[in-house]
Design a protein around this ligand. Structure first.
Ligand code: CP
Ligand code: NVA
Length: 304
């Protein structure tokens, strides 16, 4: 039976911890994994732009001895030229896995339905699971134990906040999401996070008050306008400005580390002082994208 990675919400704590361990091993001992994907091919479909995801999958797959074929949107939504179900079924005739960055989560669900090979979510409107795994790998490197993590995500309730919430809830972490009014995380995601937290002992908080971030070691932010959101920046800037990640907010919360999935918008959601400062984990997060994804690929494509 093939396994997909659409959200991680249906993965157990033990499965996530073993993925984190594998990611750490591939990072520390790359030579041991040089042939892990020998003879395997991955089709990577991108409806939206990407720097980190595209390059880290391509180079990561290469380092494991596999091959990646990149397909962009070919001047339109992928699911516009042909049905996502047909696309998934066809790609699975040649590829051993499909990595896809799409506008609508439903496109991934449809592809996964018909593709006989694993489908991996490389970002959609609701989730960014590969990012969350890289982020918790980074947290693990800093703290040693992800369940000890107190992380506040500050900004727009979006795909990145959702995946951090769900993964933190499974891993038993303390995750707080602080958003301006009107930009909260969807109720359905929060309900799911609360129900996962009941099993793991995680603490989940959603608030519009920045005081909720006090005591967190990690402050995390993301763009105020996600790809595909055509709202003019001028319309939301004043509302989001107090939520900017800056030195003052770090000090107020007693936080040690600043995180951002990137692309970052300097002096908007985060200051250059933090991006380039000692407290920045941004490049460690970016580097860990490749190791996290390599662990996902090895786990889904091989009997490792
Ligand atoms: N963090 C992230 O997914 O970056 P890209 O959009 O550049 O892939
Ligand atoms: N929330 C952002 C993440 C980019 C990696 C977006 O969807 O554009």
């Amino acid at each position: 039976m093939k396994k997909d990675l659409l959200t991680f919400a249906d993965w157990s704590k033990a499965e996530l911890l073993s993925l984190l361990k594998l990611a750490q091993q591939t990072k520390q001992n790359p030579a041991d994994y040089r042939k892990a994907l020998d003879g395997k091919a991955v089709a990577a479909l991108f409806e939206k732009p990407s720097l980190r995801t595209r390059v880290s999958f391509d180079i990561g797959i290469n380092k494991l001895g596999g091959h990646m074929v990149y397909l962009d949107s070919q001047a339109g939504k992928l699911a516009g030229r042909e049905d996502a179900r047909d696309m998934g079924a066809n790609l699975a005739c040649w590829a051993d896995a499909i990595v896809a960055r799409v506008y609508s989560h439903n496109t991934l669900v449809q592809m996964a339905e018909t593709a006989k090979v694993p489908v991996i979510n490389a970002l959609c409107d609701l989730y960014h699971p590969c990012q969350a795994l890289a982020d918790f790998l980074t947290v693990q490197e800093v703290l040693g134990d992800v369940s000890q993590c107190r992380l506040a995500y500050i900004g727009d309730g979006n795909n990145v906040s959702n995946s951090l919430l769900l993964m933190g809830a499974i891993l038993g972490a303390d995750i707080r999401v602080i958003t301006p009014k009107g930009h909260e995380v969807k109720g359905q995601i929060l309900d799911q996070a609360h129900s996962l937290a009941q099993q793991s002992g995680a603490k989940i908080v959603a608030s519009t008050d920045l005081d909720a971030a006090r005591g967190c070691q990690f402050l995390y932010t993301d763009t105020w306008l996600s790809m595909g959101d055509t709202t003019p920046l001028a319309e939301i800037k004043d509302k989001f400005q107090p939520f900017q990640l800056n030195r003052q907010l770090m000090d107020k919360c007693g936080a040690d580390y600043a995180m951002h999935c990137q692309p970052a918008h300097r002096e908007l959601e985060i200051t250059s002082e933090l991006i380039d400062g000692e407290c920045s984990l941004l490049l460690q997060q970016a580097e860990n994208r490749m190791h996290a994804q390599n662990a996902i690929l090895i786990s889904l494509l091989t009997a490792h």
